[in-house]
Structure formats: structure tokens, C-alpha cells
Design a protein around this ligand. Structure first.
Ligand SMILES: [Zn+2]
Length: 414
């Protein structure tokens, strides 16, 4: 923990008393981004992440965050729909929305604020039989889907856009990206008011889980806010919502809130938070990082080591564990194939039957072991040799010789 030079105003509740800071230096400003050449990837802008904790609402935020440096354009790629476990999670969440909308009967479209590439909105609309509308600056694809029942806009949305009744507002994995989070939640409440008091669903990582695990790979520049369950509830309440349900989901990594506008005005009374979750995190992450670095250095072997998952977590691991650096990052998303890990010349390669790199060790953040199907897949398919440094985007198959070498260890260290 390092003291920051000046005090900072909490973007959630406006309080100016914050904790000492925990800083990680010079992280790429964007993790989920497709860089087509190593040169482009290495030249990504970098900034420090300096986390502090608000002494009133408990929000943990990056005190030096500058949203203008993050390019949320069509090369921003954070889809996880190629992961079976994540798809199961989305199915469960769409079922939760469906169940909540059945009673009492609600009419109107489903709005998604920050719909990404639109996969979840389409899933919810299919399940509920409702029409939908999604907004995201990184959306790419047709402006209409499901025979015109769902429409997409490549821009931000505000309450001025809401001209019709809404049955639900979905907002998944958005609030951790918004610098002015108190203002954003206030605007979300105005959208709900303009839409006739729909149910509002939020999903975001749970910092309680991150702190407990020492999960330093879950801290990156794109995420400027980190919420304990109490902090998220407190801020939603301050914005004028009343929380109906608040659940831990996706193996406790995420929290899911179902809420609606509060009917009666009240003067909220909030307890000041006494514990320091940031301090807990700072201690645990240091232990985790040392343990992983030691393990990677000792067990990398002649084949080198790799990371399973080229999302933000995998990229964060690339930056934290550098001796030796990973040879490649494997991902099941074809859009990551042929791109380079931000800030490095490390290639992202596809989970493929024909890969020819024989890694000594694969590091994954997917729990204490790889999912059984993924581990079986790795063992069956990955007979991988060293990536060709002159043509790293073309790590080709050696399908004729799949048993030549085997993956020495698909060790899931985390
Ligand atoms: Zn605050």
C-alpha cells in the first residue's frame, strides 16, 4: 500500500476521505482488444492503476482513472460465449430475468445498456418472447436481429432516448467501467423512470471474492470501480433504487442485483464501513503473485508455459508473471486468433485440434482445475511446439503427428 499524494473524491458518493492507495504501475489501458501486429500491441497506451477505498460507501476505485484513453470500438472484444461454463451462466441469468418478468406481468421492451455484441440481449428476448433494444459503442453486426424483434445502436444511451414502456433494463459488466459511477446510477434511475418503472438487473464482479482470493489478475485499467456487495447495494440505494434480490453468481465471482425504483422518498442513513477490503486484497495478492511467479519459474520447462484464456484475466497474468514470459495465450474465441496480447508480442492462439506447440505448463484462472472438458480437450488436442517467432500468427497444425509429443502438464495452478 502506498500513500497517494492528495485526497480524492469518491465518484460514487462524493466523500473525500479515502484510504491509502494500492498501485500497480504501467498497465495497458485496454486488455480486451485485438491488436493485429506485435508492434501495435506493444505500443498500447499504459497507465497506473491506483486503487483507494471510500471511507463512507466502501467503493474501491482507481483514483487516477482517465476514461478517454480506452478505445471502446469494434476491435474491443470481450465475448465469452465460446466458454461452455460462461454460456451456462448466461442461460441461468436469462432464466432469472424470465422468471422475474412473469410475475407481475410486465409489458414493454427489454433495454440493455452496454450490450456488447448483443448475445445476452438476444438470449433474453428469445426466452421471454419480448422485443429488445441494445446500446453499445463496441457493438458490431446488423442493426436488427431475430426478425427485427431486437435492434442495436452503436452509441451510448441516456434517459432522453427512452420514449416507451420498458419491462426490464439489463446492465451487465458496465458499472465497473464507468468513472462517474454515482452519476451513471442516477441516470439509470432516470431511464427507469422514463420507462415506467421496469425491473433493473445489474451484474458486476464481487470485490469480496477478489480480495479473498488475492486475485490480482482481476484488477486492470478498464475496471475503474470494484464493488463489495455492501458498496454496490449502498450506491444503488443512494441512486433511488430498492434492491429486490442480490445474489452471488458464477462461482461467487460475480454479484447479481435485481432492483426497481424506490416508491417512497426516504432520507437514507448509512453506516460508515469499518473494515478495509482493499488492505485484505493487498496482503493476499502479494502472496498469490509470489507463489505463482515461483511456480512458473520452476516448472516452465523446455516447452515454456502458456495461459488458458486471452480475456482480461489472462492478459493481466501475462503482465504480472514475466520470468520467463508465457509463450502464448490459448483461447476458444476465434476473434482472438491471430491477435497479440496488449503490451506484449505474445500471440493469442486458438484452442485447436491441430496446434503444434508442446507447452510444459498451462496456467488458467478457471478455478482450481480446468473444467473436465477443457482439460480433456487440452490433453487430446494440444501437442504444441514452440511458436514460430517469425510467423507467430500462423501456429499451424501438425495433424499428421498428433502423438509426437504430449502436453507435459496441464497444471491448473489457481
Ligand atoms: Zn463513496
Amino acid at each position: 500500500m502506498t500513500p497517494l499524494k492528495s485526497s480524492h473524491r469518491c465518484p460514487g458518493c462524493g466523500w473525500t476521505k479515502v484510504s491509502k492507495g494500492w498501485t500497480v504501475s504501467s498497465l495497458p489501458v485496454v486488455m480486451n482488444y485485438r491488436f493485429r501486429t506485435p508492434r501495435e500491441a506493444i505500443r498500447v497506451a499504459r497507465r497506473d492503476v491506483s486503487l483507494v477505498e471510500c471511507g463512507r460507501c466502501g467503493l474501491i476505485f482507481n483514483a487516477t482513472f482517465d476514461p478517454s484513453v480506452i478505445p471502446y470500438d469494434d476491435r474491443y472484444e470481450n465475448r465469452q460465449c465460446y466458454s461452455e461454463s460462461f454460456m451456462r451462466h448466461l442461460e441461468e441469468r436469462s432464466e432469472a430475468v424470465h422468471a422475474a418478468l412473469r410475475l407481475p406481468t410486465r409489458t414493454g421492451r427489454v433495454l440493455e445498456v452496454g450490450c456488447g455484441k448483443g448475445d445476452f440481449l438476444k438470449m433474453v428476448c428469445k426466452k421471454t418472447g419480448r422485443s429488445g433494444i441494445g446500446y453499445d459503442t463496441s457493438y458490431e453486426g446488423p442493426s436488427k436481429a431475430l426478425l427485427g424483434a431486437v435492434e442495436f445502436h452503436t452509441r451510448y444511451v441516456s434517459s432522453a432516448d427512452i420514449k416507451e414502456p420498458l419491462s426490464a433494463i439489463l446492465c451487465r459488466h458496465v458499472v465497473e467501467h464507468i468513472g462517474s459511477i454515482g452519476d451513471f446510477l442516477g441516470e439509470l434511475a432516470r431511464m427507469a423512470r422514463a420507462g415506467g418503472d421496469p425491473l433493473v438487473f445489474l451484474e458486476t464482479p464481487d470485490f469480496g471474492w477478489i480480495a479473498e482470493q488475492g486475485a490480482f489478475w482481476d484488477v486492470f485499467y478498464e475496471h475503474c470501480n470494484y464493488f463489495s456487495r455492501a458498496a454496490l447495494r449502498d450506491l444503488c440505494d443512494r441512486a433511488g433504487f430498492t434492491v429486490i434480490r442480490h445474489n452471488a453468481v458464477f462461482v461467487r465471482q460475480y454479484q447479481w442485483i435485481e432492483m426497481r425504483l424506490r416508491r417512497r422518498q426516504k432520507t437514507p442513513t448509512y453506516k460508515r464501513k469499518s473494515s478495509s477490503l482493499l488492505l485484505t486484497f493487498a496482503r493476499c495478492q502479494q502472496r498469490q503473485q509470489s507463489r505463482l511467479q515461483k511456480s512458473v519459474a520452476e516448472q516452465a520447462g523446455p516447452g515454456g508455459w502458456g495461459i488458458w484464456g486471452a480475456g482480461a484475466k489472462g492478459v493481466a497474468l501475462c503482465h504480472a508473471l514475466k520470468t520467463p514470459p508465457p509463450r502464448a495465450v490459448i483461447d476458444s474465441n476465434p476473434a482472438k486468433q491471430g491477435s497479440f496480447i496488449p503490451g506484449t508480442s505474445i500471440p493469442g492462439i486458438l484452442q485447436s485440434r491441430n496446434s503444434t506447440w508442446c507447452a510444459s505448463q498451462i496456467l488458467t484462472t478457471k478455478g482450481r482445475s480446468l473444467p473436465p472438458c477443457a482439460e480433456a480437450d487440452l490433453r487430446r488436442r494440444f501437442c504444441i511446439s514452440r511458436p514460430d517467432e517469425t510467423h507467430p500468427r500462423h501456429i499451424e497444425a501438425d495433424s499428421g503427428n498428433p502423438g509426437r509429443r504430449t502436453l507435459a502438464s496441464a497444471a491448473a495452478l489457481l
